[in-house]
Design a binder for this molecule. Structure first.
Ligand code: AP5
Ligand code: MG
Length: 204
């Protein structure tokens, strides 16, 4: 397998934004566990119906459901991936190694950022329901208000887990779980930490 990347970081740290840019430019396949779960909710599949409430509350979906969803999207071993939003805890990190990467080459990238700025970013995020493009009303608005630059859809919406009370729950859960994950990758010599507070173009 070619070198893949695992993106770790708080809600709003820019994992999805950088994943999309890198995938377009460097041929990674972008797998965001949050996006995959939201697709299931949009389809109203049995899985989607089961996880809808959990995600609305900002809580984590169970490990088995998420790793299975990810495994379903894995293609041939020559594909290089960006795994965005997984793992969220140490058990998930082990599952990723055992079930999908099996000792193949990858690097883990931690998007490090101050909480205050995360809240600010999430409050301004809007997403295109048609193509998934992500904007920010303050830092990265679409060229024409309410219209997606990529697919011209006028269906730009705020994620229901970006409401202030849900954001604080998501940040709390993130803080409770991230340290062992970082230690896991640090011990393997696979961890790179980046300053995610920089401008999008600088990060790239
Ligand atoms: P998920 O969708 O993964 O959400 P998240 O991890 O909370 O991360 P976000 O998507 O909110 O942030 P991001 O880092 O992608 O930031 P973005 O690039 O959009 O997960 C949602 C839910 O699904 C979870 O709560 C859980 O319920 C479930 N789930 C998912 N994975 C799971 C797992 N592994 N196990 C269990 N449950 C799981 O950027 C944010 C905003 O900032 C945007 O508006 C963007 O335009 C702007 N922005 C980005 N970069 C910059 C920059 N450099 N400067 C200025 N603005 C910027
Ligand atoms: Mg995201």
């Amino acid at each position: 397998m070619a070198q893949s990347l695992v993106f770790l970081g708080a809600p709003g740290s820019g994992k999805g934004t950088q994943s999309k840019l890198l995938s377009e430019e460097h041929g990674f396949k972008h797998l965001s566990t949050g996006d995959l779960l939201r697709e299931e909710i949009q389809k109203k599949s049995p899985l989607g119906q089961r996880v809808d409430d959990i995600m609305k509350q900002g809580k984590l979906v169970d490990d088995a459901t998420v790793i299975d969803l990810l495994a379903d999207r894995f293609q041939g071993k020559n594909q290089k991936y960006i795994i965005d939003g997984f793992p969220r805890n140490e058990d998930q990190a082990k599952l990723l190694d055992e079930r999908l990467f099996k000792g193949k080459g990858y690097a883990a990238v931690f998007f490090n950022m101050e909480t205050e700025e995360l809240v600010d970013r999430l409050s301004g995020r809007i997403t295109c329901r048609q193509c998934g493009a992500v904007y920010n009303l303050k830092t990265m608005p679409p060229a024409k208000t309410g219209v997606c630059d990529k697919c011209s859809s006028q269906d730009l919406y705020q994620r229901n887990d970006d409401k202030a009370e849900v954001v604080s729950e998501r940040l709390k859960i993130y803080e409770e779980n991230i340290r062992p994950v970082l230690r896991y990758y640090q011990n393997k010599g696979l961890l790179t930490i980046i300053d995610a507070g920089q401008e999008t173009s600088t990060l790239r």
